[in-house]
Design a protein. Structure first.
Length: 346
């Protein structure tokens, strides 16, 4: 097979920050790399980052779940036979993990979700994958599991290694409900005077716009488990700078902004149930990616999975910074377009 030289495309990149992070994974100030052609993103995220340094706890980040999924598609004789096979498989997790262990020393099967459609069996296999995002790892594990399942259950037949119930790089309800990647929640409490002086808005205006724009606006547009202004902008810039599979911003951008007024101050949060990142694996061998991961502290000697969780926490905080800045800007007529005109047009 002919190999081709990998060219490093010159996507503009800048380090933005510092931002202040706290929580069970990280307690520090740091800057983040963002690679993008949308140059106003840098100062916008930068404004959110500056706000975080002025708040007592900064951005409090919680990673509350992690899993990577692959849904295999099998066929049974009929629906009841499919149901019986599923119940049997779910009772044999130890046996299944013995097979998984032969495919990888980091993959571990933690749950199985299923759907029966006629005689079709959709098995959503859910794994932890260490510091890798895990796409290839879970597919390899599934490739080991399928022949074992077909041997143990000879009345079943193979249909596909992926039945789209995973659901990879598609906007689906199942990912938001069951999770795919890291489930990250970022929160910040901003004093009223900082909202007024630095964001040129008020807590009430931001809460009101979040309801009318992110919640109601997305609902009437037919959004799917999503209520945010532009998660995808920050995700893509962060993904390109840290060697992630950029197509995963499709499910990654499904998330919810929640804002509230607390004792006169602004509570602002971003929930990202499908944040797919890894600190090792495909895409990480490029020089600038390695340098960025090292500078972010995601190449340190930690237990398997800890560097990836740290990276997810930093990515989620970056999303919050950009989301907060944009929502605040949109509470003021003309501010959004004026900033683009100043920064993008010469």
């Amino acid at each position: 097979m002919k190999t081709h030289k990998i060219l490093q495309a010159p996507i503009p990149m800048r380090w933005v920050g510092p931002m202040k992070l706290s929580g069970h994974l990280i307690e520090e100030k740091l800057s983040v790399p963002l690679a993008t052609y949308e140059t106003p993103l840098w100062p916008s995220v930068g404004r959110g980052a500056r706000i975080s340094t002025l708040c007592e706890e900064g951005i409090k980040v919680s990673v509350i779940d992690e899993r990577m999924t692959r849904s295999i598609l099998l066929e049974a004789e009929d629906a009841y036979a499919a149901h019986q096979a599923i119940q049997s498989l779910k009772a044999r997790m130890d046996d299944l993990n013995e097979v998984v262990a032969k495919s990888s020393r980091f993959a571990k099967l933690i749950d199985i979700n299923s759907q029966v459609v006629g005689n079709l069996i959709y098995l959503r296999l859910e794994f932890t994958t260490g510091d890798a995002s895990g796409h290839n790892m879970v597919t390899n594990a599934a490739d080991h599991l399928i022949p074992w399942i077909l041997t143990e259950y000879p009345h079943l037949q193979y249909s596909s290694i992926s039945g789209n119930y995973c659901s990879d790089k598609k906007a689906t309800a199942v990912n938001g409900i069951l999770g795919r990647g890291k489930y990250v929640v970022c929160e910040i409490l901003i004093p009223r005077d900082i909202v007024e002086r630095r964001l040129h808005s008020t807590p009430e205006k931001i809460v009101d716009l979040n309801i009318k724009k992110n919640l109601i606006g997305t609902m009437i547009a037919g959004g799917l488990r999503s209520a945010n202004a532009h998660y995808a902008n920050m995700l893509l810039a962060f993904y390109l700078a840290t060697g992630q599979d950029a197509a995963n911003i499709i499910e990654g951008s499904q998330g919810v902004v929640h804002a509230d007024v607390r004792n006169g101050d602004l509570y602002f949060s971003c929930t990202l149930p499908n944040l797919i990142v890894g600190s090792v694996g495909n895409g990480k061998g490029i020089d600038f990616v390695e340098e960025n991961l090292e500078r972010l502290g995601c190449r340190d000697d930690r237990e398997p999975g800890a560097n990836a969780r740290r990276l997810a926490a930093i990515c989620g905080a970056t999303v919050l910074c950009g989301e907060l800045s944009l929502i605040a800007a949109q509470t003021n007529p003309g501010e959004l377009m004026q900033s683009h005109l100043q920064m993008e047009r010469k």
